[in-house]
Design a protein around this ligand. Sequence first.
Ligand code: NAD
Ligand code: ZN
Length: 342
Amino acid sequence: MKTIEFSGKTGICKILLGRSFSELGDFCAVDRAVLVVDENVFRHHEKKLAGYPVIIVEPGEKNKCLATVDRIYERFLDLNVDRSSMVIGVGGGITCDITGFAASTFMRGIPFAFAPTTLLALVDASVGGKNGVNYHGYKNLVGTFNQPGLVLTDFSFLGTLPHEELKNGFAEVVKHALIGNGPLFDHLEEEWRAVTSLDYGKIEEVVSHSLAVKIGIVSLDETEKGERRKLNFGHTVGHAIEKATGYSHGEAVSVGMVAAAKLSELKGTLGTDDVNRIERLLRGFHLPTRLPEDKEAIIEALSRDKKREGDDIHFVLLEGIGRATIERITIAELREVLRDLC
Ligand code: NAD
Ligand code: ZN
């Protein structure tokens, strides 16, 4: 059990690792707590959540929208939620993002917390202060920057998480190791079997180091002006793959990270041995390292990337395992690497 404190512009966020959800009452007034819970999480863990008023959120990106937020506001009114309340999002990244946004905007901001139930939400979505919803087909277009006061992590939620969803989290853990913690990468190479079999002790260690990378980067750049771009490692190509194919986020980012590693190799900042190590570890987590057949659609999606400037694109590369750097690369260089990845 470990506590990490992160001091952001909008307040202090306390992250309690490896606790039990039943401890929630130690951190907030039980009679003022309201849970916003993912429907699947509620189905699997109803007993654990008993005793609190619950607002259910339907799963899926299509429900990460203003209509859901509107429904939550209505329930807040029914439940007399006010600034003395504590709203706790219990679910994956979607629930955390919606809850953070609803709580940040209701009455111009009421206290909120997260109990992340997916590995991705544990290591990524629950920290960093970004929240929001999709709008007219644009992901996360409407939102705020605001830290939760508390993140209570109970790893036992992961017991019911489908393996495919776990893989999304593993991809982000590998990303954090690659951009900011070389020893974590070495550790994952040794322990990936124990981690994939959900040994909670090992999970806590990995989550804690992974979070430290994200927090370290976010602390330097809360509102995404420079340093925070490093968190996009593997995501430029990853998002294009996700759009153009049926790959999940984690699968797409996995191939995106291999593409970025190969580009780094091409630029001479990463050795071939390290590229091979990265591919091997990703395969250990059952993540793909090669592109699906439709390469042209992916290149087309990349060419429309909103971060593109002329023929260049800001791209996160590696200077060895554990160190990221932001460079401008050309679409032609990217094409060359993608051709290699088929
Ligand atoms: P998710 O919230 O959709 O959850 C994935 C699936 O798992 C859902 O079907 C959900 O119902 C189910 N589920 C969740 N917990 C479960 C459990 N313990 N047992 C069984 N089923 C469970 O997906 P996610 O991958 O956690 O999050 C993705 C979202 O996070 C995206 O919308 C993304 O934009 C957002 N995100 C936000 C940030 C941020 O900084 N705010 C960072 C990364 C991702
Ligand atoms: Zn991601």
